[in-house]
Design a protein around this ligand. Structure first.
Ligand code: SF4
Length: 90
């Protein structure tokens, strides 16, 4: 996935906005693409219908990234701060 921050692990964990660690649990992701609808700069679907974290992720706000995570029907998106504290899901 060329557009992913890390082509080796396209669903993360990757650093976003230098502070946050974001990843999608590919085992949980059911390809609903709700995250892509909420935050198209951060998430996209790959050819396995799993969400990946995009190179443009820094362009979105953390609030909107959390919103995308909250919108995921299976809570497959995880966000931690720089200290490793879980921001979402709590
Ligand atoms: S909203 Fe959740 S299940 Fe749907 S594509 Fe995104 S991570 Fe996967």
């Amino acid at each position: 996935m060329d557009d992913a921050i890390d082509s080796q692990k396209p669903s993360g964990p990757v650093k976003v906005k230098k502070v946050y660690t974001v990843w999608v649990d590919r085992n949980l992701c059911i390809g609903a693409a709700t995250c892509v609808a909420v935050s198209p700069k951060v998430f996209a679907m790959d050819n396995e219908a799993k969400a990946v974290v995009l190179k443009t992720a820094d362009e979105d706000t953390i609030e909107n990234i959390i919103e995308a995570a909250r919108a995921c029907p299976v809570a497959a998106i995880f966000i931690e701060d720089e200290k490793g504290n879980r921001i979402f899901p709590k």
